[in-house]
Design a protein around this ligand. Structure first.
Ligand SMILES: [Zn+2]
Length: 216
């Protein structure tokens, strides 16, 4: 199966992508991983991406598209893949369509994870991270530490990351609405979109997604 997973920040997209890819036995192709791999291997695309990033500039679509194409051309992706974070705008979606056409392949489904905006803000803005170890993660509502501001695991100080502040989250949501959401309409026109609720436990969402894929 060839699947694109879309959803706003805070929808738990990365977690769902990992579970779904495992259940479906297809590679999970995440944009973040592509960038890290290309940069650590020093590929041409990785070096170019690094130049833009060190200059504090956005990486142009062609570079992201190039990395995604290289990855989709790997043998383990011959029978399917799950794309996570790509395409993230119309230009990338059109490039993906063209690439799949050229290689005689088609998408099977676009899974749209839906979360109410206030819930996204609550999920992200409530996160608190331990200064000693960033894997010690708490949440003021959903996973409160025994003592406010103190890590249950190591006693370290808990803080809110800059990226997790409400204003930042609202800004990321705006970007999602204006740049990424249009790809949902793009794929709706191709009859590929299935929308599922991303509320509830991780396993519940995975089950919903698997059922939606089976129906297709
Ligand atoms: Zn800690």
């Amino acid at each position: 199966m060839r699947i694109v997973l879309v959803g706003p920040p805070g929808a738990g997209k990365g977690t769902q992508a990992a579970f779904l890819a495992k259940n479906l036995a297809i590679p999970h192709i995440a944009t973040g991983d592509l960038f890290r791999a290309n940069m650590s291997q020093g590929t041409d695309l990785g070096r170019k991406a690094k130049e833009y990033m060190s200059a504090g500039q956005l990486v142009p679509d062609e570079i992201t598209i190039g990395m995604a194409k290289d990855r989709m051309a790997q043998p383990d992706a011959a029978n399917g893949f799950l794309l996570d974070g790509f395409p993230r705008n119309i230009a990338q979606a059109q490039a993906l369509d063209a690439y799949l056409d050229e290689t005689g392949r088609q998408l099977d489904a676009v899974l749209d994870l839906e979360v109410p905006e206030d819930e996204v803000v609550r999920r992200i803005a409530g996160r608190r991270i331990c200064r000693n170890d960033s894997s010690h993660v708490f949440h003021v509502e959903y996973k409160a530490p025994a003592t406010e501001g103190v890590c249950d695991v190591c006693g370290g100080e808990l803080y809110q990351r800059e990226d997790d502040r409400e204003e930042t989250v609202r800004k990321r949501l705006e970007v999602y609405h204006s740049e990424t959401e249009p790809i949902i309409d793009h794929y709706k026109a191709q009859g590929l979109v299935t929308t599922i609720s991303a509320l509830g436990a991780v396993e519940e969402v995975t089950e919903r997604a698997m059922n939606a894929l089976k129906r297709d």
